[in-house]
Design a protein around this ligand. Structure first.
Ligand code: GDG
Length: 509
């Protein structure tokens, strides 16, 4: 058994962290994905030696060779998993996107519990497990990401393999009454319990998971408090941890200080005549609460005449899953609402909503973050929401206001300093917009400074370290109680039934 510092580690996620495209002569090209996760994991993978296993997003010929070449540049191996079109349909579009995504975000209507989807999910998970078995020895750590791959530990163990196994859930874990509607609930939960460590974004997610385990297995016992607890069932132990994911704070702040980006931010402010700029950036998805946000703006303009001509909402919507009729309809609804608001209130030189339907280049997004007075981060339910953290990191002038949904995972760490709203309460969000526009500069600075200090301290690198420390250790006593720190509230023991304030129906100021 190697020293833990030497263990290699293998990452599994549905998608490989590369964008596959075509060059000028039609040849396949790969570029590194832009997310914080790959930024944080790439150096650790490079140092320890390891591999990233995932679907490249295409089954075109030449992808394997492309990944092999890209591996040399990346410093770790990229191992593409190949899935047939039917597998992608049943496993990804079906089970993952029509069952797990809506249900875990507490949307029950769009769920389509087709047994064929479950079969495809099992088959695809077996394909990933096979790739992991080929890449990992029993001395390695296999770190599996997200809801697409919840069966991998069980399938690896069925092959007689026993590397150290960690899992991180990027999306929320729903309350028991919702989760238990899944026809294959027991198989999913039992498979998850085969991981040595399961990481959640928030205490609430972990509490929900534990409730589900207790409902299915009344004899399950929990031991410990704080970031890591142990769950024992039939003599087997699984550790459950809370690891709120973060961003590369320094990289965002540095880009925001770049002279070119600052100039773009200045140009944006000038183009909007230095009005009070509200900003939203979301993937097109029903969990993000964009229609409710537009309703809130409409309510604010109706109720508070002093805002007319003074505020603008810049709403960026990143195209996503347009081939799905529900998503297309949602986009049309949003466009109709934007048209209605602008049609009703615009006057020469001012339209209340500036709508952008495309993926902005990274630096332009940063310039918008830096230029805006108030970010409206109002998802109806969200695992964490990195836009909230990126907005704060880019606010180097420390004058922006973060308006944050109680139902975003980020609320656990930031609720004391953000302006908290219930996104379903359009009157409450309208009030928050009014109050934000009137907030004194001193208060804006105090709040933003406190938010930035939390994210600076708990950045993506600290997140990776916390998870790996927990995954490599075997004893509860190995963990400093405050390692993930900012969210730990000594006043509350949220797992003793009395939930934290953002779980309650009342708005938190
Ligand atoms: C899942 C969970 C959890 C947005 N607009 C543009 C753009 N973005 C980037 C942001 C941000 C990312 O997209 C969105 O991240 P989120 O965290 O908000 O959401 P999901 O993609 O749903 O991620 C979520 C996350 O996993 C991590 O665990 O926080 O709750 O659902 O990074 O910067 N990027 C560019 N142009 C845009 O217009 N370039």
């Amino acid at each position: 058994m190697p020293n833990d510092k030497k263990r290699r580690f293998i990452v599994l996620s549905n998608r490989l962290p590369i964008a596959v495209g075509r060059g000028p002569d039609g040849e396949l090209t790969a570029s590194q994905g832009a997310g914080g996760l790959v930024t944080a994991l790439a150096p650790v993978l490079g140092n320890r030696g390891g591999a990233w296993i995932g679907w490249p997003g295409t089954s075109e010929k030449g992808v394997t060779a492309l990944c092999r070449n890209f591996s040399r540049q990346a410093g770790y191996f990229l191992r593409p998993v190949s899935l047939t079109e039917a597998e992608v349909e049943g496993f990804y579009r079906g089970f993952s996107n029509e069952i797990l995504w809506p249900l875990f975000h507490e949307f029950q209507m769009p769920c389509n519990f087709l047994p064929a989807y479950w079969e495809a999910y099992r088959t695809a998970n077996a394909t990933f497990a096979k790739a992991a078995a080929a890449a990992a020895t029993d001395d390695d750590l296999v770190w599996v990401h997200d809801y697409h791959l919840m069966l991998v530990a069980r399938l690896l163990k069925a092959k007689g393999r026993s590397p150290r196994l960690g899992f991180f859930l990027h999306i929320p874990f729903p309350p028991a009454d919702i989760f238990l509607k899944i026809p294959w609930r027991r198989e999913l939960v039992d498979a998850l319990l085969d991981f040595d460590l399961i990481g959640f974004q928030t205490l609430r997610d972990r509490r929900n998971f534990f409730d589900v385990v207790k409902r299915l297995h009344p004899s399950a016992m929990r031991k410990g408090r704080g970031e890591i607890v142990t769950l024992t069932l039939a003599g087997e132990t699984t550790r459950l941890g809370v690891f709120p994911i973060s961003i590369d704070f320094a990289a965002f702040a540095d880009r925001a200080r770049d002279p070119g980006v600052r100039q773009t931010a200045k140009d944006i402010r000038q183009a909007f005549d230095n009005r009070f700029l509200l900003f939203g950036a979301d993937r097109l998805d029903y969990t993000k609460g964009v229609p409710q946000r537009l309703d809130a703006l409409q309510t604010a303009l109706t109720s508070y005449p002093e805002l007319r001509g003074k505020v603008c909402l810049i709403q960026v919507l990143v195209p996503s899953r347009e081939e799905v009729p529900q998503y297309r309809a949602m986009k049309e609804d949003i466009e109709r609402m934007v048209g209605e608001i602008n049609g009703r209130w615009s006057r020469p030189g001012w339209a209340p909503v500036h709508f952008v339907y495309r993926n902005l280049p990274h630096d332009e997004l940063i310039a918008y973050y830096a230029a805006s007075d108030m970010a409206l981060v109002t998802p109806l339910r969200d695992g964490m929401n990195l836009v909230a953290k990126e907005y704060a990191a880019c606010n180097v002038a420390e004058t922006g206001i973060l308006c944050l949904s109680e139902f975003a995972g980020a609320a656990m760490e930031l609720h004391r300093h953000a302006v908290m709203v219930n996104p379903f309460d359009v009157v409450g969000v309208a009030e928050a917009i009014r109050d934000g526009a009137a907030m004194a500069p001193g208060q804006r600075r105090r709040r933003m400074r406190a938010i930035r200090a939390i994210i600076r301290r708990h950045d993506i690198f600290q997140w990776v370290d916390a998870f790996l420390d927990a995954a490599f250790s075997t004893h509860l006593g190995d963990f400093p109680r405050q390692s993930a720190g900012a969210w730990a509230d000594p006043e509350a023991d949220p797992e003793a039934g009395q939930g934290p304030p953002w779980d309650t129906p009342d708005r938190v100021a």
